[in-house]
Design a protein around this ligand. Structure first.
Ligand code: 13P
Ligand code: SF4
Length: 312
């Protein structure tokens, strides 16, 4: 297909999405790792914290969530009166599946006096077993707000957990979960990128491995990366996180140079959303994401605490 006919097709799809969105009174929320074209047409594009806040505040009747399952579940828990849809319901987060509610109950049994903080990248059932929820943007602040004399269990990401331990000086009980995408970014990738882009500022997501984080200049959630580059005087950046964020970063700072630390930093689940699936989602009101009410009621407490804590 020629480029011209592809763009006619895209334009048709885009106007169809606009028309359906108005008909359904829908809002499209997209994570910063989504494909470029999905980011471009979303009403709000952001990090897990920003998306959760948007989902809890929107007055739309339908939320179409372009991201992974735990994000849509979070929206459904925070906005129980809305219809929450995912264009691709099989888009999961392998890290979120690394601990289940039974495993967390067993861990709690070993630390009966501990408070439980779970990363938002977790199932609704795990959130229901937790006292507090956090994202990578406010994990440090959430842990800092807890009483100094209480033991803290932190699940499921060991790498975010170690970052929080370092920043807060608190000794956390960690779970050995990890993001299979972020741990693919290696120290030699940073060295190579630094040779390609001398003098660049290295920004890494807290889900990266400890040696990679030790090489970074800034450790930031995706939303914090966007904020950081907006006001930074630097013009070259190496980005150690999922590659989708580069599109958003380039829009914020068109004058700057951005390179991905590694082309392997791709989250296959985030790339499952397509324009066609988005149209089908709005057209057929599919696929509804529901959380059983008794699980949602318990998970909501931890999530409401999460959206109350602003990052520093
Ligand atoms: P952010 O909350 O920083 O956008 O990260 C979400 C995520 O899944 C990182 O892998
Ligand atoms: Fe999950 Fe990693 Fe994908 Fe984020 S990048 S959604 S943590 S698999």
């Amino acid at each position: 297909m020629s480029l011209a006919s592809e763009s006619i097709l895209d334009n048709r799809l885009l106007s169809r999405i606009k028309e359906l969105k108005a008909r359904r009174r829908a809002v499209i929320l997209a994570h910063n790792y989504q494909p470029d074209e999905i980011q471009d047409l979303a009403d709000f594009c952001g990090d897990s914290l920003g998306l959760s806040v948007q989902a809890s505040r929107t007055d739309a009747e339908v939320i179409v969530f372009c991201g992974v399952r735990f994000m849509a579940e979070t929206a459904a828990i925070l906005s129980p009166d809305k219809l929450v849809l995912m264009p691709e319901p099989k888009a999961g987060c392998p890290m979120a599946d690394m601990i289940d509610a039974e495993q967390l109950r067993q861990l709690k049994g070993q630390h009966p006096d501990a408070l439980v903080v779970c990363y938002v990248n977790s199932s609704a059932e795990v959130k229901a077993e937790s006292d507090y929820c956090c994202t990578s943007a406010n994990a440090v602040e959430v842990v800092r707000s807890l009483p100094a004399d209480r033991e803290i269990i932190f699940v499921p990401d060991q790498h975010l957990g170690r970052f929080v331990q370092e920043r807060t000086g608190r000794d956390l009980v960690l779970w050995p979960g990890y993001c299979a995408t972020h741990v693919l970014i290696a120290e030699y990738d940073i060295d190579k990128a630094r040779r390609e882009l001398p003098g660049a500022v290295v920004m890494a997501h807290p889900e990266c491995s400890e040696p990679v984080k030790a090489m970074a200049d800034e450790l930031l959630s995706t939303g914090q990366m966007l904020k950081f580059v907006k006001t930074s005087n630097a013009t070259r950046f190496i980005v150690a996180t999922e590659v989708g964020i580069l599109h958003a970063l380039r829009k914020v700072r068109p004058d700057a140079e951005f390179v991905a630390a590694s082309a392997r930093g791709v989250c296959p689940n985030m790339k499952k959303t397509t324009l066609d699936k988005l149209v089908a989602s709005l057209e057929n009101l599919q696929y509804e994401i529901r959380v059983p009410p008794e699980v949602a009621a318990r998970a909501r407490r931890a999530l409401e605490r999460m959206v109350e804590v602003l990052p520093a």
